[in-house]
Design a protein around this ligand. Structure first.
Ligand code: ATP
Length: 291
């Protein structure tokens, strides 16, 4: 029988190190059990956003389920955000920062059940110089780490530690001016994070007040630190010292790097050097299935 209820599964075949066949099997089984007509799209790395958008317009699925890392989730969110669909997430990337924040478990059966489940929340996005950030973007130290890690051929924890050491020796603090509706802050900074979420994929809770559905994003400004304080922060120390870290909740902000161009990353993807960022919240950007 032809089913009116449709679901589109988008899979990134190269993300993380999960066997995608297991994902196909689990989703096919669940879709059958729930009476969904399932369509599948495997990303190619080229024109995916436009293709997914067109598929969603034609198929009109109730849900779009993404199996991939944060890059693929963000791509699909941008393709479907103005459609009436629920986004289900099956964590299948190398870091899975978004899934950590949504408390979506790594277990395949559990995440498939959640992706097809009844609970969903509206999630904000942050527009940064017209690009979309769902999770955590930043300028400074961490963006340089992302750049170094992307360019290195080592992977895993050891590769990460090696790149962190290299990054700490290369990084230079910068002068920044942050203009919000409430205040103008001018300070030397190690890192400025534009945070929609709370945690990096490593589990570091950099923004304890973060809530992806509250209509605000946070600016987390870390000032000059010494070498060991810096290492502690990016290695996972969560005891945020207010002398060192300042966190403000805003709807929009302009961030200007006053003395040099600074490394910039969005949701784990290195974006190049920047001087100026304009960030604003996009409320209720996408609906996501959650536990
Ligand atoms: N078939 C493909 N071949 C090569 N690259 C692809 C293909 N499909 C998608 N990509 C690329 O995969 C990247 C997105 O990867 P994604 O973020 O999903 O996984 P990841 O990098 O393993 O995980 P994480 O973001 O959690 O570290 C994009 O750069 C995209 O262009």
């Amino acid at each position: 029988m032809f089913s009116e209820r449709k679901v589109l599964l988008v899979v990134n075949p190269i993300s993380g190190d999960l066997d995608k066949n297991e994902i196909f099997e689990a989703v096919i089984e669940k879709a059958e059990a729930e009476g969904y007509d399932l369509r599948i799209y495997s990303t190619s790395g080229k024109e995916d956003q436009a293709i997914i958008r067109e598929m969603v317009e034609n198929i009109k699925p109730e849900r779009v389920i993404v199996a991939g890392g944060d890059g693929t989730i963000s791509l699909v969110a941008q393709a479907v955000h103005d459609q009436d669909v629920i986004l289900g997430i099956i964590p299948a990337g190398s870091a899975n920062g978004l899934s950590v924040d949504f408390e979506i478990p790594a277990d395949l059966v559990d995440s498939v059940n959640i992706a097809f489940g009844h609970n969903s929340i509206n999630v904000d996005a942050v527009s940064i110089n017209s690009e979309i950030s769902l999770h955590l973007s930043d300028i400074g130290l961490n963006a340089l780490l992302v750049k170094n890690y992307e360019n290195s051929d080592t992977r895993g924890k050891l590769g990460y530690a090696k790149e962190m050491f290299k990054t700490l020796s290369e990084h230079e603090n910068f002068q920044v001016r942050i203009t919000t509706d409430q205040e103008v802050i001018e300070t030397e900074a190690l890192i400025v994070i534009i945070a929609n979420a709370q945690k990096y994929g490593t589990g570091v809770n950099i923004n304890p007040v973060g809530d992806m559905s509250d209509g605000f994003f946070e600016l987390v400004i870390a000032k000059k630190l010494d070498f060991f304080e810096t290492a502690k922060i990016i290695a996972g120390s969560t005891d945020l010292n207010p002398e060192i870290m300042k966190i403000i909740s805003v709807e929009k902000a302009v961030i200007e790097c006053l003395d040099k161009e600074v490394y910039f990353q969005i949701d784990g993807e290195y974006k190049g050097l920047v001087r100026r960022l304009e960030a604003k919240i996009l409320k209720g950007y996408i609906k996501v299935a959650v536990p």
